[in-house]
Design a protein around this ligand. Structure first.
Ligand SMILES: Cc1cc2nc3c(=O)[nH]c(=O)nc-3n(C[C@H](O)[C@H](O)[C@H](O)COP(=O)(O)OP(=O)(O)OC[C@H]3O[C@@H](n4cnc5c(N)ncnc54)[C@H](O)[C@@H]3O)c2cc1C
Length: 288
């Protein structure tokens, strides 16, 4: 199918983009990499009368570290995440995960901001943002607000973003040196979304877990944190029994829907297995 006709706008500045959003209201959609929006338009699940392309807004690009945070422009692509020496050394979890997203074509165009804003529980960045304790900068006509990733994802394709707002930046507290990390993703083939995936960040101190965050992809209406599993691990050594128990508790956070990737039982079991693998790898990578 081809999309319905629409008017195409290319703002040259953020204020111009915000003004266009205000002018066209619900009839407008922002266009980033287009790798989620354009397929939806072709299927006529989305029928915007106005497309506002963010592609010329160079202020939405770039990766830098400031005030103990890594700040990433929303229009930064998956490949730019992968190629970033700053992320490779300071936040390798994001690099490891971006490498597992779709295929090279999608990674050249798809953006971090688009992946998060889309609110698709099958997308990988939402769970990564929860595991990294990120926050998002949202700009609207009334000004800017900064919201934590925890609480941003409200349901499938539903986030805290208001009509008229643009996500401009993603902020990630720079992980402390020695933080263990892993993104374990099960997918059927290159280019597929996760059947289930787990993002883990982990710190060890004196032989015990001193900090841990676990978040899961594509096993509920939104990306979810496995908080019961996190609580069970804190303050204890990370032996095999602890990992098994955390995997069991993570399965309790799952509420997947059956589809071609598997039934509810299988997806839940795979979320447990991905949690187990991600914890074991994060432990091996953490400073002890
Ligand atoms: C074959 C295929 C396989 C894929 N596999 C995966 C995968 O395994 N994992 C994964 O994570 N993703 C996957 N994707 C999705 C891909 O990563 C998309 O690029 C991503 O979901 C959306 O980013 P985008 O820049 O393309 O956004 P767009 O498609 O342009 O926009 C998506 C939505 O977000 C809104 N939006 C975009 N930018 C902003 C912003 N800055 N502020 C506010 N709203 C904004 C748009 O209005 C739109 O509603 C796949 C896509 C394809 C086509």
């Amino acid at each position: 199918m081809i999309p319905r006709p629409f008017e195409y706008h290319v703002p040259r500045s953020l204020p111009e983009a915000i003004a266009l959003l205000g002018e066209h209201g619900d009839a407008a959609k922002l266009l980033a990499g287009g790798h989620s929006l354009l397929p939806m338009m072709k299927l006529r699940f989305a029928e915007p009368g106005h497309l506002i392309d963010l592609g010329k807004l160079t202020e939405l690009k770039g990766i830098r570290e400031t005030d103990g945070e890594i700040r990433i422009g929303a229009m930064t692509t998956e490949n730019e995440l992968i190629w970033s020496e700053l992320l490779q050394s300071r936040c390798p979890l994001l690099v490891e995960a971006a490498r597992q997203i779709s295929d090279p074509q999608v990674r050249y165009r798809g953006t971090l901001g688009g992946d998060i804003s889309h609110g698709d529980p099958g997308n990988d960045h939402p769970a990564l943002m929860l595991a990294l304790d990120a926050s998002f900068v949202l700009l609207g006509a009334q000004g800017e607000r900064v919201v934590p990733a925890d609480g941003f994802f409200l349901g499938t394709y539903l986030t805290l973003l208001e009509a008229g707002e643009i996500m401009t930046e993603i902020r990630i507290p720079t992980p402390a040196a020695g933080t263990g990390y892993c993104y374990a993703k099960l997918k059927r083939k290159t280019g597929d979304f996760a059947t289930a995936a787990a993002a883990v960040t982990l710190r060890m101190s004196g032989g015990a877990v001193s900090a841990v965050r676990i978040a899961l992809t594509n096993v509920a209406q939104t990306a979810v944190r496995a908080t019961d599993a996190e609580q069970a691990l804190l303050g204890k050594p990370l032996d095999e029994a602890a990992i098994d128990e955390a995997a069991r508790l993570a399965m309790g956070a799952c509420d997947p829907v059956e589809d071609l990737r598997g039934d509810v039982e299988y997806k839940t079991a795979m979320a447990g297995e991905m949690t187990r693998r991600a914890l074991a790898t994060a432990y091996a990578r953490a400073a002890h």
